[in-house]
Design a protein around this ligand. Structure first.
Ligand code: NCD
Ligand code: ZN
Length: 345
C-alpha cells in the first residue's frame, strides 16, 4: 500500500478568504496547502474594479505576513452595469485572473450579481476576445424551480445557449454537484472545465438531515442525492483535464451557521488536501491526484505549473471541532472525523 504521496505543489481554483478578522484567521490555512488560489470577490461591497482587487490582494498578503510565497489570483465580480474596459484593463495589468458570474440572489453576497446574462453582451465578447476565463455559479434563481434542480436547469437553460453563442469563451462551471453538469462539461465541444469541492465528493444530501438539521453541511449549490455524488466523483478521478480542485472553502462564524436562517458555506480549507486525497485513495486513483490538484487547473487558465512539491503521508489526522476564536470561530468540514492522510508540507 502506498504510504506517502508527493505531488507538484497544488492550487485551489475557488476559495472565499473573506476580509477583516476572518481573513486573518483563515488565509494561512489555504496558503499552507496551496501555492495559488482563485479568490472569490463576493465581499461586501463586492470586488468590481481594479483598485478594489489590488487593495484586497494587499490585505490578503498582509494577513499572511512577511515571506509568504502564496499567490492570490484575483477575480472581478460581474454586475449588470460593469464596464468591459475595466475588466480588460485589470486582466492586461495582471490584477484580474478571471471574472465571476453570480446570478443575482443565487448565493451568499450575490445581491449585486447579474440579473440577465444575455444583457452582458459587451463583457462576454470582451472575455472571449482576450481569452479571460468566465467563472460561473451555475444555478437558476427561479423560485419555481426546486432547489435541488437549479444546477441542472441552469445547464440546460443558460449554459448550453451560452456555449453556442460564444464558442471560444473559456468557462469554468464552479463547484459542480450533479450528473448533468459533469456530463455537460465532459461532452461539450467547447473550452469548458469545472471545479469540484471536497464536500460534493464526500457527502450527499442526507448529511443535511443526519439525526437533525445540520447547518455545517449546508452550502450552495446544495448537496445532492447519492447518484449525483457518484457521478461527480467519477468525473473528479477520471483523469479528464476538464476537472480540477476548487475547495469553495466558505467560512462563516459559528453563530451565522447555527441560526434560524443559517448561511450557506462550508469551511474546508484546513484539511482540504487530506479530504480530496482520501477520495482518490478510495477510488484507487492515487496516480490521478496530481493532475486534478496541481496540473489541470493551471493548464486550463493558461498559467505555468508550480515548481516544488508537497507530501502527504498515510497517517490518521483528527479534524478539530472548532478553528479560530471569537469573531472568527468556525466549525470546519468533517469536524471530529478522522482522515487517513496527513499533509506534511
Ligand atoms: C459561498 C459563500 O459563503 O460566500 N457559499 C457557499 O455555500 N458556497 C458562496 C458560493 O460560492 O456560492
Ligand atoms: Zn464559492
Amino acid at each position: 500500500m502506498t504510504q506517502s504521496l508527493t505531488i507538484r505543489r497544488p492550487d485551489d481554483w475557488h476559495v472565499h478568504l473573506r476580509d477583516g478578522a476572518m481573513l486573518e484567521a483563515v488565509a494561512r490555512h489555504t496558503a499552507r496547502q496551496f501555492a495559488r488560489a482563485i479568490i472569490m470577490p463576493n465581499l461586501t461591497p463586492p470586488v468590481t474594479n481594479v483598485e478594489a482587487a489590488k487593495a484586497y490582494r494587499a490585505r490578503i498578503m498582509a494577513a499572511l505576513g512577511e515571506g509568504s510565497d502564496f499567490t492570490p489570483l484575483m477575480t472581478c465580480y460581474l454586475t449588470d452595469g460593469i464596464d468591459p474596459a475595466e475588466i480588460e484593463r485589470g486582466y492586461a495589468e495582471g490584477v484580474f485572473a478571471a471574472c465571476k458570474l453570480y446570478p443575482a440572489h443565487a448565493t451568499t453576497n450575490s445581491a449585486h450579481g447579474v440579473t440577465d446574462i444575455r444583457a452582458l453582451t459587451g463583457v462576454l465578447e470582451t472575455l472571449q476576445r482576450i481569452g479571460m476565463p468566465l467563472l460561473i455559479h451555475g444555478e437558476v434563481t427561479d423560485k419555481t424551480v426546486d432547489i435541488f434542480d437549479r444546477e441542472a436547469v441552469f445547464v440546460e437553460r443558460t449554459l448550453a445557449p451560452l456555449t453556442r453563442d460564444y464558442p471560444a469563451l473559456k468557462i469554468v462551471l464552479e463547484h459542480i454537484t450533479t450528473a448533468e453538469a459533469a456530463a455537460f462539461v465532459t461532452d461539450a465541444d467547447h473550452p469548458i472545465a469545472a471545479t469540484i469541492t471536497p464536500q460534493h465528493l464526500m457527502i450527499n444530501r442526507n448529511a443535511l438531515f443526519d439525526g437533525g438539521l445540520r447547518p455545517h453541511a449546508y452550502c450552495l449549490p446544495v448537496l445532492k442525492r447519492e447518484t449525483h455524488r457518484l457521478a461527480v466523483r467519477a468525473a473528479a478521478v477520471s483523469g479528464s483535464p476538464r476537472f480540477f480542485l476548487g475547495t469553495d472553502s466558505a467560512p462563516h462564524v459559528v453563530g451565522a451557521k447555527e441560526s434560524g436562517c443559517g448561511c450557506a458555506g462550508i469551511f474546508n480549507a484546513p484539511f482540504a488536501l487530506e479530504a480530496y486525497l482520501s477520495v482518490f485513495d478510495e477510488e484507487g486513483a492515487l496516480a490521478r491526484f496530481e493532475g486534478f490538484a496541481s496540473e489541470h487547473g493551471a493548464r486550463f487558465y493558461g498559467l505555468p505549473l508550480n515548481e516544488g512539491t508537497v507530501t502527504l503521508v498515510r497517517e490518521d489526522v483528527v479534524v478539530p471541532d472548532r478553528i479560530g476564536e471569537g469573531d472568527a470561530s468556525v466549525v470546519p468540514f468533517l469536524a471530529g472525523a478522522t482522515l487517513g492522510w496527513r499533509f506534511k508540507g
